[in-house]
Design a protein around this ligand. Structure first.
Ligand code: SF4
Length: 583
């Protein structure tokens, strides 16, 4: 049997008139916490890929419904709400399948973190409609199809799925629809599962640059309301007033080929750009029809073509959109020239993350990072001139064979760069990446995907720990820290590069940015963590002469209830009594 024959078996009536698209909750039932959802901590990204498929389907005359379960759950618990995860998901799926009567359901699984949740959703759909063709797409699924140590056996969990869309799917979806309708079409990037056998049409059909000027179906994605119920990116908290945030994808792919990253696997080599006019059209639609006033670029290499980026920024200014923006996804430091960052700031940039990862040249070489220490320093120099841009960077520790002294290079670089904030991650491998496979082969503890699936973000376990000593003990310089020692290093580094220097922060724009961010961390992200709370109080005091008595009471209550928290502060020489004199 061929993939085309298997597809026609699934659609004996040769019709696909109603398509239901489903975005699963970000995490599964075991991780979802009503109280965390209520305080707005969970992320609520638009299902951008499904939005693009919806636009393509509509252009083929297909009626589309989009069920974004993540959003619907967060919306349901807002205010005083509460839900039972499994019941909510089952009811929502049953209701839409019964009422809409789709000819097919398409589910997305973007990342390995959502795997369990996507499996549960597929199971539920199969229970409700045993004969309904069920498709699955997204980065995670594509990675698993490509093989590799971490992905072996993962696809078995999707035995109930009929069709897998691999890579970017807008062209393969068109050909699939033609096939369903009985027309001749060259299937590509698709696999059909029937009777336990997978029939694969693996010809490549990534859309070319002139084929990606597509606006996703923002109406179905409910782009105007998502940020009222969860977070999108990490800079929106710097804005005052009502912030409506969504995401926009202005180009696809990345110039890099980092050994731990799967972008190149999914998007292919190089970068393809949308036209500037198409991006402006989308921003205008978002502003005028959905009231969006801040966007996070989804791009993996937003600044690859500097001339095009500057044109885009100039057009944003000319269009007078009044939209601010951020690059929560990291940008490549070498692109951050004075001219480009000046144009970025003028067009509404309020936050940028640099993808740095390491300050050690050998680690950068092994990771194949597109960047050098001198480029990082140069980019930091440019960013420091633009105070309105909150400049941050991603750092990573725990590379295979990375020693204490190599990690120390990263800490020292961060201090020298003097950016506003650093997000430190312990390296967790992705399926079908060179480093992921290496870590699995060497049985490194952090390669255990079950234990470490949620390594960052709102569902992550707390990384750090209370310290007994400075982990950068010189005697350990050449040793490779184990997983427990990495957690100690994380805590120490996080304090040294993010908090310690706030003692010297003068009042002004930067202090205001730090205060807004720490307020967000203390109120929404980590209300149990005494360190951001302590520094929020410190910055309040620097800004207005006094720390908030209510916030101080919260800090005092935290340390009174937990000896670990008191010791955590004490290790760094901090104490709630530091604010006592103002009482
Ligand atoms: S620069 Fe970023 S997006 Fe590009 S390959 Fe490296 S990690 Fe991936």
């Amino acid at each position: 049997m061929t993939a085309a024959e298997a597809i026609r078996d699934l659609f004996p009536a040769r019709k696909l008139e109603r398509l239901l698209l489903v975005a699963p909750p970000d995490a599964d039932a075991a991780l979802f916490d009503n109280s965390v959802a209520r305080r707005g901590r969970y992320s609520n990204y638009p299902p951008y890929g499904l939005g693009i498929i919806a636009t393509v389907a509509r252009s083929l005359g297909i009626e589309v419904r989009l069920l974004n379960l993540n959003h619907e759950m967060l919306k349901a618990v807002a205010g005083e709400g509460s839900l039972v995860y499994g019941d909510f998901v089952a009811h929502a799926i049953r209701a839409v399948v019964t009422e809409f009567r789709p000819d097919m359901v398409g589910v997305t699984c973007i990342c390995s973190m959502t795997h369990d949740s996507a499996v549960a959703v597929c199971r539920e759909i199969r229970d409700v409609a045993p004969q309904l063709p069920l498709a699955l797409g997204g980065v995670h699924v594509t990675n698993c199809f490509m093989g590799g140590e971490l992905s072996s056996g993962v696809l078995d969990a999707y035995a109930m799925v009929d069709i897998f869309f691999l890579y970017e799917s807008e062209l393969s979806f068109r050909r699939f629809v033609d096939t369903v309708r009985g027309e001749e079409a060259q299937l590509c990037q698709i696999a059909v599962q029937s009777g336990g056998v997978r029939y694969i049409a693996d010809g490549q059909c990534l859309p070319a640059e002139h084929e990606i000027d597509i606006l996703p179906a923002h109406d179905l994605m409910k782009s105007g309301e998502l940020s009222s119920f969860g977070t999108i990116g990490s800079f929106f908290c710097l804005k005052a007033g009502l912030v409506r945030v969504t995401t926009v994808l202005s180009n696809r792919g990345c110039r890099g080929g980092c050994a731990y990253c799967s972008v190149r696997n999914f998007n292919g080599p190089g970068v393809r750009h949308r036209s500037v006019s198409s991006v402006i059209e989308e921003l205008t639609l978002l502003k005028e029809s959905f009231g969006i006033n801040h966007v996070m670029w989804l791009d993996d290499d937003f600044l690859f073509d500097g001339r095009r980026a500057i044109n885009l920024f100039n057009e944003m200014v000319r269009s007078n959109l009044g939209i601010t923006w951020d690059c929560t996804n990291g940008v490549v430091a070498a692109s951050c020239t004075d001219e480009l960052i000046t144009a970025a700031a003028a067009s509404g940039c309020i936050g940028l993350n640099l993808g740095i990862e390491s300050g050690n040249p050998e680690i950068l070489r092994r990771a194949r990072k597109p960047g050098t220490v001198s480029q990082f320093l140069k980019a930091a120099e440019v960013l420091r001139k633009h105070q309105q841009i909150n400049s941050r960077a991603y750092l990573m520790i725990g590379f295979p064979d990375e020693t204490y002294s190599m990690v120390k290079d990263t800490l020292d670089l961060a201090l020298e760069m003097k950016l506003d904030w650093y997000n430190i991650n312990i390296l967790k491998p992705l399926p079908n990446t060179e480093m992921g496979d290496e870590m699995m082969r060497r049985a490194m503890k952090s390669a255990n995907s079950e234990e470490t699936r949620f390594s960052t973000g709102p569902y992550a376990k707390k990384v750090g720990r209370a310290l007994q000593h400075n982990p950068f003990d010189t005697a350990k310089g050449g040793a490779v820290p184990d997983a427990d020692e990495l957690a100690e290093i994380w805590s120490y580094m996080n304090y040294r590069i993010n908090y310690d220097r706030l003692f010297d922060q003068d009042p002004g724009l930067k202090l205001d940015q730090h205060l807004k961010y720490l307020t967000h961390i203390s109120r929404t992200v980590a209300p149990e963590d005494p360190i951001p709370l302590y520094f929020m109080l410190l910055l309040q005091q620097k800004k207005s002469g006094t720390a908030s008595p209510e916030d101080l009471e919260i800090l005092e209550a935290l340390v009174a209830a937990s000896d670990v928290k008191r010791k955590t502060l004490a290790f760094f020489g901090l104490c709630a009594d530091d604010f006592k004199h103002q009482k």
